[in-house]
Ligand binder design. Structure first.
Ligand code: PNS
Length: 165
């Protein structure tokens, strides 16, 4: 029997409810789902890779077939390393499309065995991103509906804002 494996790559800086929604909805469609923190050269990190991994692990602890990694290299090389031929990405709005098309086309050129599948974000998450959550968290806004409790606490600590709201 074939063991189906998929990779959900990203910066996850930090993980949001939007990421978790995509992970949950993908997890029962594959035997193994591998969430991988990779480097996006266009972004400067807020959390360390280890902090991001810990936050992801705590967010997916209820999903037994989900594994969390980091990889310092090309996404397609990570796929090869673990024997996965499917990448899953969430798609929020038309504005994501051009970037995702470039990412997917380059990955296909680099490794034609790997296929990227897109899953539409749930409507309530269609505007959600790590950057927009970080932006408002810096102004002490209530972010409890956008990220899990432990991520909210980490963000408030990082930006040194109040937790007693
Ligand atoms: O959450 P993000 O920042 O949109 O994720 C982008 C990410 C990290 C998946 C992408 O930058 C990536 O794959 N980085 C690893 C290096 C790589 O493989 N680059 C080639 C794709 S153009």
């Amino acid at each position: 029997m074939v063991n189906t494996k998929a990779v959900i790559p990203g910066s996850f800086d930090p993980i949001t409810n939007g990421h978790i929604d995509i992970i949950e909805r993908s997890s029962d469609r594959f035997d193994e789902l591998h969430v991988c923190v990779l480097r996006n050269t266009k972004k400067t990190g807020t959390f360390t890779v280890n902090e991001r991994i810990e936050m992801i692990k705590a967010s997916v602890a209820h999903l037994p077939n989900v594994h969390v990694h980091s990889f310092n290299g090309l996404l397609v090389d990570f796929c090869d390393k673990i024997g996965a031929t499917t990448i899953i990405r969430g798609l929020r709005a038309v504005s994501d499309f051009e970037y995702e098309l470039r990412l997917t086309s380059m990955n296909k050129k680099l490794n034609s065995r790997v296929e990227t599948l897109y899953m539409m974000s749930s409507p309530e998450n269609s505007f959600l991103s790590s950057s927009i959550v970080k932006e408002v968290a810096q102004y002490d806004a209530n972010i409890s509906e956008f990220v899990p409790k432990h991520v909210e606490a980490a963000l408030l600590e990082k930006f040194n804002t109040s937790t007693d709201k």
